[in-house]
Ligand binder design. Structure first.
Ligand SMILES: Cc1ncc(COP(=O)(O)O)c(C=O)c1O
Length: 431
């Protein structure tokens, strides 16, 4: 199976985190998001342990909460001693409402509004990751008004192509995030920050891209950023204390995706950083990383009920589900690949189908050309694997479909973390 938490009984029943998906479907209804809590916690502990082993004191992995943001997730992150990366006042509010400590939140985003900035400042978030000079100016102004000095990292664009698919490549030069080194704008940004009395410049942040499998991406980033840190020290007398390398380690969506040995990779990055820093005459650095996908993706599965099976002889077969692009827009957005499994049987006779959703949109496709039992029929359960990241958090109400509930699975049982959205919820904001 694609990951250890997926298995199939001899009678064909599919299990996720030890639970029968058909039983869960009967109990909670479909579509349904499942999360394997033990897997989330194990992934956090893997990062925490690798950080403890390889990076200096004060270094911390931060969960990129855009991957899946709801209160129960922030409670797990608080419990596991993680930091979190938040991109909006909404994510910060959810984290705080769950009791997550404000000082372990880093506030990101290239389009923060004045209201966002004031909200996060007053909430006491640990760091702003400042994206651009306009944001710097407003943050400085608002911090001074309140007699505060806000700790920040500056978002720098290192110009590294991580060789991942273009839609999630944010490290090259011509991207909307951060200020590029290549054009000299990053150096100007540092100079500006050093001249702001309301800003406590702690260091830099980069994010080179997502679904990174290439071995040396973070090492190349370490080379570029150590050079940059040394250059800023030489030009402005400012040596950064902190460096955030962003997120990005790849996960297995399909059997052909290679597994990434994250602790080993972190060890390699740490070794490279250490040698780069030694060469540049730099002393210690607190290191942060912001994994999202590699914390929650393989902890997730989405369960659907088949509503229609359509054969168009000589052309195509469709399996239509009771969900679709509203609960998982990733195929529509960037042709994301997924593994699809039948919930209750594995027959020898298979056929090829496009797995589609119920939305009034021809592009509402969950996955093309998947292999499923040839006799699949209405009422059957189908599951899409590895949906823990960027599914619930990207869900919409297109066609006024309510978002599915999120159910947390543990060894001992299951519990609702987010309830199903009802027709009343959908009208709640209408006047
Ligand atoms: C700034 C930043 N940090 C962290 C992440 C998380 O990346 P991933 O989920 O691939 O680990 C992203 C994803 O887009 C990001 O933009």
């Amino acid at each position: 199976m694609l990951s250890e938490n997926i298995s199939r009984d001899p009678d064909g029943t599919l299990r996720f985190a030890g639970h029968s998906v058909t039983e869960l479907a009967a109990r909670y209804g479909t579509p349904l998001y499942l999360f394997d809590e033990e897997r989330i916690r194990a992934n956090c502990r893997m990062y925490k342990e690798a950080f403890r082993k390889h990076f200096g004191p004060g270094s911390l992995p931060l969960y990129a909460s855009k991957a899946a943001s709801f209160k129960e997730m922030y409670r797990i992150m608080a419990d596991e001693g993680m930091g979190v990366d938040a991109v909006s006042a909404g994510e910060i509010h959810t984290a705080l409402a769950a009791g997550f400590p404000a000082e372990r939140i880093m506030f990101h985003g290239d389009g923060k509004t004045d209201e966002d900035i004031i909200y996060a400042l007053e909430a006491g978030v640990g760091r702003f990751v400042v994206d651009n000079p306009e944001e710097l100016e407003i943050l400085n102004r608002e911090a001074l008004k309140r007699g505060m000095k806000q700790d920040v990292l500056l978002r720098i664009t290192p110009g590294i192509d991580p060789h991942t698919y273009a839609e999630v490549n944010t490290g090259s030069v011509d991207v909307k995030f951060g200020m590029p080194i290549l054009t000299g704008q990053a150096a100007d940004f540092v100079r500006a920050a050093l001249n702001c009395p309301g800003i406590g410049l702690k260091g830099y942040h980069i994010h080179v891209g997502s679904q990174v499998f290439d071995e040396d991406v973070f090492e190349r980033a370490a080379d570029v950023m150590t050079d940059f840190i040394a250059e800023m020290r030489d030009r402005f007398g400012y040596a950064a204390e902190e460096m955030n390398f962003g997120g990005g380690y790849g996960v297995r969506y399909v059997d052909s995706d290679p597994p990434v040995d994250i602790p080993a990779r972190i060890g390699e990055v740490a070794a490279r950083l250490k040698s780069d820093m030694k060469k540049a005459g730099l002393s210690s650095l607190r290191v942060f990383m912001e994994p999202g996908r590699s914390i929650v993706a393989d902890a997730g599965m989405t369960v659907y009920t088949v509503s229609t099976v359509k054969h168009i002889p000589g052309f195509k077969n469709y399996v239509t589900t009771d969900g679709g692009m509203t609960d998982n827009p990733r195929f529509c957005l960037y042709r994301a690949r997924y593994t699809v499994l039948h919930g209750s049987r594995e027959t020898a006779e298979k056929d090829r189908f496009d797995l589609v959703g119920r939305c009034c949109e021809s592009g509402d496709i969950l996955q093309k050309n998947v292999s499923l039992p040839a006799d699949i029929r209405r009422g059957d359960i189908v599951c899409v694997c590895t949906t823990g990241a960027y599914n619930y958090s990207m869900a919409s109400n297109y066609n006024r479909l309510g978002r599915p509930p999120v159910v947390m699975l543990t060894k001992d049982g299951s519990r609702i973390a987010v309830r199903r959205e009802t027709a009343e919820d959908l009208c709640a904001l209408d006047v």
